[in-house]
Design a protein around this ligand. Structure first.
Ligand SMILES: Nc1ncnc2c1ncn2[C@@H]1O[C@H](COP(=O)(O)OP(=O)(O)O)[C@@H](O)[C@H]1O
Ligand SMILES: [Mg+2]
Length: 418
């Protein structure tokens, strides 16, 4: 059998080692002098060795990330962003250099290669699901199953069976034994989205999985051992729910060993231009068209809009305008609910690049943008309390409400979580 030469002086290259193992594996498969069981045994040993090498390489990346993270906060945000990219952190999307987001990404990067549970929180549309995939993709289970369950989308009475499986006859309609998502995610990651929607009995069972790595199918007494990494997400205030008795505190602490908080888009506005371009290209590819251009006033508007639905809302807007506009999108292509109140909508566009806006339109767009920023800042300062803001501005409350509506601003999004 051919033995692969290993140069003594060569530095360890994990990629090189795995490649050699692969060659060995394929040679073994066709070896004629060995019998099947021997080949099977050697193949098994190769596989184990390959897994070990992969673990080692990930551990090394983790150590590098941790070491570089120690002084991260002393570095500027642009440097921190660059460092993440240089460490080939796998991220299916774009990110800017807002400190809160970089904090979240650096925590995710360090947590990914471990098996610790991660709890991701943030408003709807901030990228929690994407982050769960990022944690899986950067972890040691990347090539193992990734199973996603939306706890808010499954009726309470079916949720436990969905997660843990059931035994035949456990309930009406359970005509056969069935495995659940935890078993499907064995050796991999399970993503429990909207974990705040999990009813209390399900919470008890989940706690048991976290404590003992065992599940019980509904209606069964025997335990099944599972090796599943748990990543959960919520847009609810779980601490508040613990105080109200609707979420178990012990489960909250078990799930949130590592907590990653995704800031709303309005707190990382530097990402808006990056996301506009990213989604513009994505939409162009999906819709088989050239990337849509934006009129200047639409661009100004989109850069300043508050996005209560966060990145998902921005993505939907870009897909919508990419579908509706021919070459250049303008206000008219926005959804009506957020379309600025411009007296006369003169569609800009046609084919001209960088078309000239009338002076009046330019002034109006700039004044709209300034008004919106002023209101957003006010809402932030007052923690979303409209009556307080009205008092501070010496303005009639209903007039203020009208202005907020005009800009698509929702006071709810500025309330401070207790
Ligand atoms: N940084 C990002 N870059 C590119 N796309 C993103 C980014 N963050 C989120 N998205 C996209 O925005 C949409 C909403 O994200 P999602 O992860 O579903 O949010 P959440 O789970 O918090 O509601 C998805 O289509 C997702 O792919
Ligand atoms: Mg989600």
């Amino acid at each position: 059998m051919k033995v692969i030469e290993q140069k003594a002086e060569s530095a360890i290259s994990y990629g090189g080692l795995i490649e050699k193992l692969e060659i060995l594996r394929s040679t073994l498969r066709w070896a004629s002098t060995l019998d099947r069981p021997q080949i099977q045994k050697l193949l098994g040993q190769c596989n184990a060795l390959r897994d070990e090498v992969m673990q080692l390489s990930r551990k090394e990346r983790f150590v590098t990330a941790t070491a570089s993270g120690t002084g991260a906060r002393r570095h500027g945000t642009a440097q921190r962003r660059k460092a993440l990219l240089e460490r080939s952190f796998v991220f299916e999307g774009v990110f800017g250099d807002s400190p809160k987001l970089l904090d979240a990404l650096e925590i995710a990067e360090k947590a990914a290669p471990t098996d610790l549970p991660v709890l991701i929180d943030g408003e709807s549309g901030t990228g929690k699901e994407l982050m769960a995939k990022v944690i899986h993709a950067n972890g040691s289970r990347a090539d193992k199953p990734y199973i996603s369950v939306n706890c808010g989308a499954i009726p309470d009475n079916l949720l436990e069976s969905e997660l843990f499986g059931h035994k035949r006859g456990a309930f009406t309609g359970a005509s056969a034994d069935r495995s659940g998502k935890f078993e499907a995610a064995d050796t991999g990651t399970i993503f429990l989205d909207e974990i705040g929607e999990l009813p209390l009995p399900g919470q008890v069972k989940l706690l048991r999985v976290l404590q003992s790595s065992e599940i019980q199918r509904v209606g069964s007494d025997s335990a099944i051992v599972v090796d599943t990494r748990i990543v959960a997400a919520t847009n609810k205030n779980l601490q508040q729910m613990c105080r109200e008795g609707t979420f178990r505190e012990d489960l909250y602490y078990r799930l949130g060993v590592i907590q990653v908080t995704l800031p709303p888009l309005r707190e990382r506005k530097d990402e808006i231009p990056l996301l506009i371009e990213y989604f513009g290209d994505e939409a162009a590819e999906k819709l088989r068209r050239r990337p849509v251009k934006l009129s200047r006033r639409l661009r100004t508007y989109l850069l300043n809009y508050a996005y209560p639905g966060n990145i998902r809302e921005l993505r939907n807007i870009i897909f919508r305008i990419s579908c509706l506009a021919s070459d250049t999108a303008d206000f008219e292509h926005l959804p009506e609910s957020i379309r600025p109140d411009v007296p006369e909508l003169k569609p800009e566009g046609g084919d001209q690049e960088g078309q000239q806006l009338s002076l009046a339109d330019t002034k109006k767009a700039a004044s709209d943008a300034a008004e919106r920023q002023f209101l957003e800042r006010g809402l932030q300062e007052q923690g979303g309390k409209v009556s307080e803001l009205a008092r501070q501005l010496d303005m009639n409350r209903s007039h203020l409400q009208t202005l907020l509506k005009k800009h698509g601003l929702s006071s709810k999004n500025y309330r401070i979580k207790s």
